[in-house]
Write a protein that binds this ligand. Sequence first.
Ligand SMILES: [Zn+2]
Length: 96
Amino acid sequence: MTSCNHRRKCSVQGCMEKGDIFHILPKDLKTRQAWIIFVHQRIPAKFYPQMFMCSKHFTKDSFQNLRHFKAGFAKLLLLKRGAVPTVSPSQTQAVL
Ligand SMILES: [Zn+2]
């Protein structure tokens, strides 16, 4: 994954997060579908595969290295395999 300076926007409707930490759609099909359902509430006929999800939609235990990341030991905040977003914009609370 390359880093770029473009400001990304979270794909979740109603989420105004424009931070730097975003997660891209996972390769695993099942997990991918769960992400898409979280964003669209269903599997749409067409969707934009360049989906970005900010960290706010995941619970703390969805991350592999939250502690390391917070302590500055890791540059990238990694999601656990199969981590699915569950926190909607109205429920978000600062994880980081
Ligand atoms: Zn978001």
